[in-house]
Design a protein around this ligand. Structure first.
Ligand SMILES: Cc1cc2nc3c(=O)[nH]c(=O)nc-3n(C[C@H](O)[C@H](O)[C@H](O)COP(=O)(O)O)c2cc1C
Length: 329
């Protein structure tokens, strides 16, 4: 890593099932602070026909203005290259390889975090992919599948290739999304990385970012996931931007836009409401409504029922979520 005194970049993390195309469009239209984002993974699979539904979320039409890097989950170099060729045709200049997905079904197949303990496989994959890939390649990793020595052992393999970035989620695969981030483990791996390193994991408030920036001055990119969805005004605060003069109205506009987009894109109340309810589990935390108002949203059946519950909760307005004292030191 090279030290730098310049400003820093904020990147929206990929959350599969949450930060899809409709969400990104509604979010980036009104919440500021992020410089770019990584899309939730798609499987690198056999590519049939010019526009299979496989790529719908990544088709360039209607994407938010903010730079987007598609992410691929793959253990097979040829499938990666075939998928990458379609994405390059869409105009993407950077692709991200997912080496962090923690789900046992994925990891047991030797994909996502399942590849972290296997530097030889990662190296073979990159040897085949990198020379034939048009777009730049970044990787998103964890500290390991089962222990943080794994990423340290993988670093020499990653160091051999011209990666545009290594984003390190400072947890192990077996931790899923729970438990403390391991800053010692992050420090050890980052020190061995010759590529730009982005930090990820529990960046929940300004104090946490300030502490981490002081501790890791060479890190210039910070990826934020859940905490920017719990409180969509967090990225602007992290960047020190002017506060939104009417955050309650902005949150309502975001909700209405997201709902309209899902209604246009998905068929039937079942699909639409399940996507909305998932989004509510995040941004619902930044409303000043009582818990029972969020429960009513979660229970709603049918559009009319949902709209009434959503309106009641949104009427309470915005309140920055009460976070537990930051644990990242
Ligand atoms: C529901 C959910 C889906 C996720 N999907 C992806 C994904 O598609 N690709 C990926 O690299 N990470 C994925 N992640 C991990 C996040 O990108 C991020 O690394 C993790 O949430 C830690 O960052 P945070 O503490 O800022 O949320 C997902 C996380 C969650 C909670």
């Amino acid at each position: 890593m090279e030290a730098s005194s310049e400003g820093f970049r904020l990147v929206l993390a990929p959350l599969h099932g949450v930060t899809g195309k409709a969400f990104r469009a509604a979010y980036f239209a009104r919440f500021r602070g992020f410089d770019s984002c990584v899309a939730p993974f798609i499987l690198a699979a056999g590519v049939k026909g010019p526009r299979p539904t496989h790529f719908r979320e990544l088709e360039p039409e209607g994407q938010a203005e903010i730079p987007l890097a598609p992410q691929l989950l793959a253990d097979d170099a040829e499938a990666f290259l075939a998928t990458a060729a379609v994405l390059e045709g869409y105009g993407y200049r950077e692709l991200d390889w997912n080496l962090g997905c923690p789900y046992p079904m994925v990891a047991k197949k030797g994909r996502g975090s399942g590849l972290l303990p296997h530097p030889d496989r990662v190296e073979r994959f990159l040897e085949r992919v990198v020379p034939r890939l048009g777009p730049a390649l970044s990787v998103k990793v964890r500290l390991g599948r089962e222990n943080p020595d794994e990423l340290v052992a993988l670093m020499p393999a990653l160091a051999r290739f011209p990666l545009s970035r290594v984003t390190i989620h400072a947890r192990l695969g077996i931790q899923m999304y729970r438990g403390e981030v391991d800053l010692e483990g992050f420090a050890r791996a980052a020190a061995l990385c010759p590529h730009p390193v982005a930090y990820n994991g529990d960046l929940r408030d300004e104090g946490t970012l300030a502490r981490l920036r002081a501790r890791f001055p060479a890190v210039r990119e910070w990826m934020v996931g859940r905490w920017a969805l719990y409180d969509p005004f967090l990225p602007a605060r992290l960047k020190g931007l002017q506060p939104d003069p009417d955050p309650s109205a902005t949150l309502r506009a975001f909700h209405d836009d997201l709902y309209a987009r899902y209604r246009a894109a998905l068929s039937g109340p079942g699909h639409v409401l399940s996507k909305m309810k998932e989004a509510w589990t995040y941004f619902g935390r930044s409303l000043a409504c009582p818990e029972r108002a969020l429960e009513a949203v979660a229970r709603a059946k049918g559009f009319a029922d949902y709209e009434a519950a959503a309106r009641a909760a949104l009427d309470a307005g915005y309140r920055a979520p009460p976070h537990p004292a930051s644990r990242a030191r």
